[in-house]
Write a protein that binds this ligand. Structure first.
Ligand code: PLP
Length: 387
């Protein structure tokens, strides 16, 4: 029986991002994988202990599709304190299976085939994949390296009466770019006459450098009523496998999103929801300040060392990735070929720029993930000298 021929068209045409292949190739040579955005640092002992305790205490059943009330309440306090966003735990907050689950819910309840969505590139590949699955008509606005500045005339031209939302990722993956107040104000002014929403992925909100503060679009008064905020604890607490994220949605969207995600996966893991709630209440501002410092040190080390190797790294303002151009040292080489060569010669994996942009030809850079112990980053730099 030919099972392959039974697969849906969507499944057969699905293209996995190159980073999956990179992971396999790096494993084969027992190398250092700075490709996948997995956080390889240990999770805080406090929340591990709380997860254990929650399971032993019997928090093991399906939760409300909107999530455990204790976590929604903790999120509401954190959103008011850190993000300056008012969110009612009963009306606006939805606990989701990661920020990935949040975006699935947002797309599921908002998009009809052909609806338009504006996306800035380079963009996070999972966003693009989800939008394709929902058959959105994606209008891509390409940001130009190395500043990744937005041309707001392009935004104006891309916006139509069919634009459901503009997708923002701040701090951004892979660029580390942080949206400024002036940019958000400009965006607000452009969409003001339309019904376009802003959907913002803020999963790296606690990783900003040189004292720069994260700014949530929903805290900007002119965007407040039209913004859906997505976030999660995969990165902040180094628990990518727990699948705890959230969305802050307008009240009128809450029931639809809860029903939709209930039908897709019922709820995120109950004891892990409780442990994250405990972590949010336990960790004070110093915990997050230390997190920023730790990642800033890794960033500074990597920029300095890659520069010594004759490559051209960019210094990100936030998140835990680094874009590095190899064009000067290896002119004319495609990003896929460069990464293949890097793995072959050094064992170090990174993600080719082709995973983040549609114009594969002109983007000549690689993304490294810095969420690794210092020894791993040092090993990677040693190995890269073989290039
Ligand atoms: N959003 C962005 C921009 C990411 O980079 C990632 C992970 O790499 C995610 C979402 C996934 O988040 P979660 O683990 O909460 O689903």
């Amino acid at each position: 029986m030919d099972i392959q021929s039974l697969l849906s068209r969507q499944t057969r045409t699905f293209q996995s991002p190159a980073l999956r292949q990179v992971t396999l190739e790096v494993l084969k040579v027992n190398g250092v994988n700075l490709g996948q955005g997995v956080c390889n640092l240990p999770a805080p002992a406090f929340i591990l202990e709380r997860a254990n305790r929650a399971a032993i205490d019997g928090i093991n059943r399906y939760t409300n599709p909107r999530g455990l009330a204790s976590l929604r309440e903790a999120l509401s306090r954190k959103l008011a304190h850190f993000n300056e966003v008012e969110a009612d735990p009963g009306k606006n907050i939805m606990v989701t299976c990661g920020a990935t689950g949040a975006f699935e819910g947002v797309c599921g309840v908002l998009l009809d085939p052909g609806d338009e969505v504006i996306v800035f590139e380079p963009s996070y590949p999972y966003h693009m994949q989800a939008l394709k699955r929902y058959q959105a008509d994606v209008k891509v606005i390409s940001l130009k390296a190395p500043t990744w500045e937005i041309d707001f005339d392009e935004v104006r031209n891309a916006l139509t009466s069919k634009t459901k939302f503009i997708l923002i990722n701040t701090p951004g993956n892979p660029t580390g770019r942080i949206f400024s107040r002036a940019e958000l104000d400009q965006l607000a002014e452009i969409i003001e006459p339309t019904a376009c929403l802003v959907v913002t992925d803020e999963i790296y909100e606690y990783m900003t450098f040189n004292g720069e503060k994260h700014l949530s679009p929903a805290s900007v008064p002119s965007l407040k009523n039209r913004t859906i905020t997505m976030g999660g604890y995969s990165k902040t607490f180094s628990i990518t496998g727990w699948r705890i994220g959230y969305a802050v949605v307008p009240e009128a969207m809450g029931e639809a999103m809860a029903s939709f995600l209930d039908a897709v996966y019922v709820c995120p893991p109950a004891p892990l929801q409780q442990a994250v709630a405990d972590g949010i209440d336990e960790f004070k501002d110093e915990f997050y300040a230390e997190l920023c410092q730790k990642y800033q040190n890794k960033r500074d080390y990597f920029v300095a060392e890659l520069t010594k190797l004759g490559l051209d790294p960019q210094c990100p303002a936030g998140a835990y990735y680094m874009i590095c151009s190899y064009e000067r040292a290896f002119p004319g080489v495609s990003s896929g070929d460069f990464v293949a060569r890097m793995i072959r010669e050094t064992g170090v994996g990174g993600v080719p720029s082709s995973d983040f942009v549609q114009d594969h030809q002109s983007a000549r850079w690689v993304r490294f993930c810095l969420a690794n112990e210092d020894e791993v980053l040092e090993d990677a730099i040693q190995r890269l000298q073989r290039l």
